[in-house]
Ligand binder design. Structure first.
Ligand code: CA
Length: 335
């Protein structure tokens, strides 16, 4: 090889390295996320919060806040415990403040176990700010079309956000602010193509408002997706993980009764996973729009629809293993 050919080969090699590194940096740019959870009545939310922190530690997600859609007094302390455990004790938390807003505790009393055992600075959900005000404050400060909101509980806060009026944070209405700042809404809600699902029917008026009027693309992880993915058995087995509120919540809840002896359905973790990594590695999608009838949902296929639901593609066991590994992620030291 003469010198010119050699230099040309080096140049080509450098260009290809550069394009790979640009592609990688594009791929690994952390996704700004607000997670909205009813954490308590079910404990897959604990898994979802763990998955979010794991993906943040891997540089894939940038959590902006965690909102509670449930005003039960142990909800904000539970979120604060998990954030503290994962080294993000100051991650903002908001909660609904309406007299009629959902208030649901955990039958298996795992939140009571966590608050008795783990450090936290928030003693009651009453202490945290109104979720709608916090949403407005955070969204107003973010770049346009940048924020992904993931909801794995009731649509209570998001309905109020759409209805919110201009304030000190933004002169836009709630709907205008969402349209300007939010990239997409990912929602564990509904059953597809039709059915009746808890997150939709508990606050069905809020669900209808959000799903019929939300101004950005919406991606649903339906009941049927997480139902098949059973996680928690590996997390609670063995001694490699010690003093973990994630492990303790799962161990306590799984030992209650016999239904969950092998783990729990992973409804909420699937929503966080696809919100950060996209649906494509794991699922196909069906485009269209949701139709709500009371607390039930139906679906209308439409190739031009801006709403989509997940359709199984990757073998369930493979998705399960990825989610379980993320739930077993151990905190890393923060700078
Ligand atoms: Ca939930």
């Amino acid at each position: 090889m003469n010198t010119i050919k050699f230099l040309f080969a080096i140049l080509l090699f450098s260009i290809s390295c550069l394009s790979v590194s640009i592609a990688q940096s594009k791929h690994t740019k952390p996704v700004p996320i607000i997670l909205d959870t009813d954490i308590g009545p079910d404990y897959d939310d604990v898994g979802a919060v763990a998955v979010l922190h794991a993906l943040a530690d891997k540089g894939e997600a940038k959590p902006l806040a965690i909102m509670a859609s449930n005003k039960n007094k142990l909800v904000a302390p539970t979120i604060n415990i998990l954030n503290t455990y994962f080294g993000r004790p100051d991650l903002p938390i908001g909660a609904p403040k309406g007299a009629g807003d959902p208030d649901h505790g955990a039958t298996q009393q795992w939140p009571e176990l966590l608050v008795s055992k783990y450090p936290h600075t928030i003693r009651s959900t009453d202490e945290v700010p109104d979720a709608v005000a916090l949403y407005r404050k955070i969204l107003a400060a973010q770049p346009n079309k940048s924020v992904t909101i993931v909801t794995v509980g009731f649509l209570t806060n998001l309905a109020k956000l759409l209805d919110s009026k201009p304030d000190t944070y933004s002169k836009l209405s709630g709907r205008e602010l969402v349209a300007k700042k939010v990239k997409q809404l990912v929602s564990m809600a509904g059953k597809f193509p039709s059915g009746r699902e808890y997150n939709v029917f508990i606050d069905s008026a809020a669900s209808a408002k959000v799903f019929l009027h939300w101004p950005t693309p919406v991606l649903y992880s339906g009941f049927e997706i997480g139902e098949k993915i059973i996680t928690g058995k590996q997390l609670v087995s063995g001694n490699s993980i010690q003093n973990s509120p994630v492990k303790d919540a799962f161990a306590k809840a799984m030992s209650y009764g016999k239904n969950d002896a092998n783990g729990r359905h992973s409804w909420d973790q699937t929503a966080v996973l696809v919100a950060v990594r996209g649906a494509a590695p794991y699922y196909d999608i069906q485009k269209g729009e949701i139709i709500l009838k009371g607390g039930n949902n139906e679906w209308k296929n439409d190739p031009n629809g801006k709403q989509t639901y997940l359709v199984e593609k990757m073998p369930v066991e493979q998705v399960r293993a990825e989610i379980e590994a993320l739930m077993m992620h151990q905190p890393v030291r923060k700078e």
